[in-house]
Design a protein around this ligand. Structure first.
Ligand code: PGA
Length: 251
């Protein structure tokens, strides 16, 4: 862990969660209150339908909320989409953009992801820009080139003082139970950090680089202790408060 940066442990609920699931956020709130001072910031990104109800539950707790995606435009004729301003209005302070499931399921390329990240910043949200290579790309020795290209082309045009988070999520590690080795994570995070320093100037050192892909209570401590890993983006293991809490306190 880069000790100059306070880590962020973020939960991505994906397309999971109905009203009853808010009990997990209520339980997380209690676990965090009992834990006292935390050494990480905590974020939950529920489906958009739960965002404002989750905001009511999170009142008075350290849990921040975020969206899982936003449109690049502020408003307009885009049936089914939600804007960054809507995420902020519903109680979000972060939004995930460019998740590999959006890139794959909705054909979102780097230019679209960049526009979404810029919309997020304009709405006062912190974008979490996701990048990651496929198994074929890693096998073909292209992981660094692919991820480097995604970082360079998906990050928003940056103004000093803005907050940007990058999440490195190897596609083959998402939801599979397979994680990258600590050495591979360290290598990729160092490469991403170098690009951030180049692109963001002084802001590069402040940008968090999260790891995501099958982070769970049993591997969180090792992953979060890896150099240049400033937190985690957690899918499956964020759905149950007790598992997610175990990851938060491992940071
Ligand atoms: P996972 O998902 O933790 O279930 O692998 C991570 C993600 O896609 O953000």
């Amino acid at each position: 862990m880069n000790d100059r940066l306070r880590p962020l442990v973020a939960g991505n609920w994906k397309m999971n969660g109905i009203e009853a699931s808010l009990s997990e956020i209520e339980r997380l709130k209690i676990l965090l209150a009992d834990a006292g001072a935390l050494s990480a910031d905590v974020l939950v990104c529920p489906p958009a339908t739960l965002l404002s109800r989750a905001a009511d539950v999170c009142m008075g707790s350290p849990i921040e909320l975020g969206g899982q995606d936003c449109h690049a435009k502020v408003s307009g004729a885009h049936t089914g989409d939600i804007s960054a301003q809507m995420v902020a209005d519903a109680g979000g302070s972060f939004v995930i953009v460019g998740h590999s499931e959006r890139r794959a399921d909705h054909g979102e390329g780097d230019a679209v992801v960049k526009a979404k990240a810029e919309a997020a910043l304009a709405a006062g949200l912190t974008p979490i820009v996701c990048v990651g290579e496929t198994a074929e790309q890693r096998a073909g020795g292209q992981a660094n080139q692919v991820v480097g290209g995604q970082v360079r082309n998906s990050l928003p045009t940056y103004k000093a003082g803005q907050k940007v988070v990058v999440a490195y999520e190897p596609v083959w590690a998402i939801g599979t139970g397979n994680t990258a080795t600590a050495a591979d994570i360290a290598d990729m995070h160092a490469a991403i950090r170098a690009i951030l320093n180049e692109m963001l100037g002084a802001g590069g050192e402040k940008a968090l680089v999260l790891y995501g892909g099958s982070v769970k209570p049993s591997n969180a401590r090792e992953i979060l202790a890896t150099p240049n890993v400033n937190g985690a983006l957690v899918g499956g293991a964020s759905l149950l408060a007790d598992d997610f809490f175990s990851i938060i306190i491992a940071a």
